[in-house]
Design a protein around this ligand. Structure first.
Ligand code: ADP
Length: 639
């Protein structure tokens, strides 16, 4: 029979598995059992809707047989099985997870290290069997098929698939264990005690019974009587099938029965995360609806989290049977980063995705779980700030995006969880900002843009710095929407320093500016005339201290929003900021412009107008229409 070759990447990995120096080779059993358990989940799930399966929940099990003489460990399951094509697809190609991309140019040692990393992180499933085996045979019969197939491989030289005999649906993985060599005692894996230990260590919470023939020494009656007329006894060695895992899912156990460390181990294994989660949340609710939940806040954004492929959601179980693996209705959207499981005996098993959405019980759970997550985050924010900031860096966006998708009504839910930079190093919550406001400060000042240093250096910010008022740097378009909806926090109004009046002027100062403005009417009209459509108005500023000019956006649309709309295909043209060019009446540049204008030198006045306008654009982070012309003008002034 012709041998088929593994795909190149699989081959490379396989090669590394075979020669692996990875110290935790024992995880192979966990991986094989986990596949068996998944296969049973699939068939069991199917049996809910398909009467032909003909299996009861109690019929499913995983069986481990060890044959010391033949040096084999066989893991059998009565799960969904694999067709010939599936054997080929699933076992011939590795890492559909995309985790394996060997970079060209890595030397062998680097590749080995990369592989170890990957084994540690993902387990790499089925292939890990080759760390301890020199030959692996998989015999499988898929549900719905009468024909079984056998997949055999001794490693990198490829594999064969042929027809095989198997009476029942399911899969058998037969691992032929390597001979002891180079200080590796592979033979230990052929000891029952070792297998039992590994199952307890790694697979104890597997929901299906993992059974094994275990040796028992028992006193039995011989059938004869002794001199006293009592039945004679003898010691009998026998093998009895025993379930060696406790099967109780970890989330069904009390705190005393499962430590946080165990929950963390469960998380890492179950959700394929190499890092400890930032928080473990356990819920045991009784009342209108009873359920248990075990939630985790991951420490980093999973790959592809922000892409379309990523599907958030919690695993939903009913009494230990999985109903859905990504149920998004179990948590408010703003907490979509949380991972975990929810198990309620009150939910019907064959509930469909559609009915779930309208399920009142589920809504109750979601509200309650949302509260728990929020409490946990609030605690973290107070008690472990670095941890919270790490969380925020990763998932602050999810918090905010969730609010948008639920349109408005969840703002109150998350407003206390938001953080904003007030300097490059320091982040504060809205409450902290308000708490540290000087007594006379009336507004919450903020600026929007993507660069903290630039925002804090805005000419409009100078007065605020002088007074010791802080400015919240809002780096995301969503924030503007937020502030727009919130309007106030702790009764203090928000003030966008690039848009609104800072409200810092005294009556006298106001009158003074108005007077100046009246005097400058002609000059300001000249500015508008010179710049045409590029601005809507020119005014004398109330905001500037030492800066000469700034550009502010009046009305509802800010420069950030305008930029956002500009990049959005099909957005209407009129979604533009109303541009107001503000001059500092006390600045020498303004005075120079005024002098030229008053002296009738319109050419020079116009040049100054254009330069100042360009500077205002630069400061606001807006592109110059003609940078070359701008530099030309500056050069003219240098002469
Ligand atoms: P993973 O389990 O991470 O997807 P594996 O390499 O362990 O990766 O397995 C590859 C695929 O082979 C599985 O996703 C599954 O479809 C199939 N498979 C492996 N073991 C079994 C089994 N015992 N029964 C049915 N299918 C299996």
């Amino acid at each position: 029979m012709a041998k088929k070759q593994f795909k190149a990447e699989s081959k490379k990995l396989l090669d590394m598995m075979i020669n692996s120096i990875y110290t935790h080779k024992e995880i192979f059993l966990r991986e094989i059992i986990s596949n068996a358990s998944d296969a049973i989940d699939k068939l069991c799930y199917r049996s809910l809707t398909d009467e032909n399966v003909g299996m009861e929940r109690g019929d499913f099990k995983i069986r481990i047989d060890v044959d010391k003489e033949a040096r084999t460990i066989t893991v059998s399951d009565n799960g969904i099985g694999m067709t010939k094509e599936e054997l080929e697809q699933n076992l011939g190609v590795i890492a559909r997870s995309g985790s394996l991309r060997f970079k060209d140019g890595l030397d062998e040692e680097e590749q080995e290290n990369a592989a170890i990393d990957i084994i540690g992180q993902f387990g790499v499933g089925f292939y890990s069997s080759f760390m301890v085996s020199d030959k692996v045979t998989v015999i499988s019969r898929a549900y719905g098929s009468d024909q079984a197939y056998e997949w055999v491989s001794t490693g990198t030289d490829g594999y064969t698939i042929s027809e095989a005999e198997k009476d029942t649906v399911g899969t058998q993985v037969i691992m032929h264990i390597k001979e002891d060599a180079d200080g590796e005692k592979y033979s230990t894996y052929l000891e029952n005690w070792k297998i039992m230990m590994l199952v307890r260590k790694y697979s104890d919470y597997v929901r299906w019974p993992i059974v094994m023939e275990v040796e028992h020494n028992e006193m039995v009656e011989t059938g004869e009587l002794d001199e006293d007329g009592k039945p004679k006894m003898k010691m009998e060695n026998g093998f009895v099938e025993e379930t060696i895992n406790s099967m109780v899912p970890i989330w069904q156990r009390s705190r005393a029965e499962a430590t946080d460390e165990e929950c963390i181990e469960f998380y890492k294994d179950h959700f394929h995360d190499n890092d400890d989660p930032l928080a473990v949340i356990r819920v045991n609710a009784e009342g209108m609806i009873s359920y248990r939940a075990l939630l985790f806040i991951p420490s980093k954004t999973p790959q592809q989290f922000y892409t379309r492929e990523s599907e958030p959601g919690l695993e939903l179980y009913s009494s230990g049977v999985m109903i859905m693996d990504k149920c998004t209705d179990l948590l408010p959207d703003c907490y979509a980063f949380a991972r975990g499981v929810v198990d309620s005996p009150d939910l019907s098993l064959n509930i469909s995705r559609e009915t779930l959405q309208h399920d009142r019980q589920l809504k109750l759970i979601a509200t309650n779980l949302g509260k728990k997550v929020k409490n946990e985050l609030t605690k973290m924010m107070k008690n472990d700030r670095p941890k919270y900031e790490k969380f925020y860096q990763n998932f602050g966006m999810v918090l905010r995006a969730g609010v948008i998708s639920e349109y408005g009504d969840k703002i109150d839910e998350v407003k206390d969880l938001l953080l904003y930079n007030v300097s490059e190093e320091r982040m504060v919550s809205l409450q902290e900002y308000v708490d540290s406001m000087p007594a006379e400060q009336e507004k919450i000042y903020f600026a929007c843009g993507d660069n903290i240093r630039r925002l804090l250096a805005l000419p409009q910010a100078e007065q605020l710095h002088q007074k010791g008022y802080e400015i919240l740097c809002m780096m995301n378009q969503v924030d503007e929407f937020f502030v727009d909806t919130l309007k106030t926090y702790a009764d203090k109004p928000f003030c966008n320093i690039a848009v609104e009046d800072l409200g810092l002027e005294s009556e006298e100062q106001k009158q003074e500016t108005e007077k100046q403005e009246a005097e400058a009417k002609d000059l300001l009209a000249f500015v508008k005339e010179t710049l045409g459509d590029q601005i809507d108005r020119a005014v004398l500023s109330h905001k500037l201290v030492s800066g000469a000019v700034c550009l502010t956006a009046e009305g509802g649309i800010t420069f950030e929003m305008e930029r956002y709309f500009r990049n959005m295909p099909g957005a209407p043209d009129h979604l533009k900021a109303i541009r107001v060019l503000e001059f500092n009446g006390n600045h020498r540049a303004y005075k120079a412009m005024k002098e030229a204008f008053d002296a009738g030198d319109k050419e020079r006045a116009a040049k100054i107008v254009k330069v100042l306008h360009a500077q205002a654009l630069l400061i606001a982070g807006e592109p110059l229409e003609d940078p070359a012309a701008y530099t030309e003008m500056i050069c003219d002034f240098i002469q």
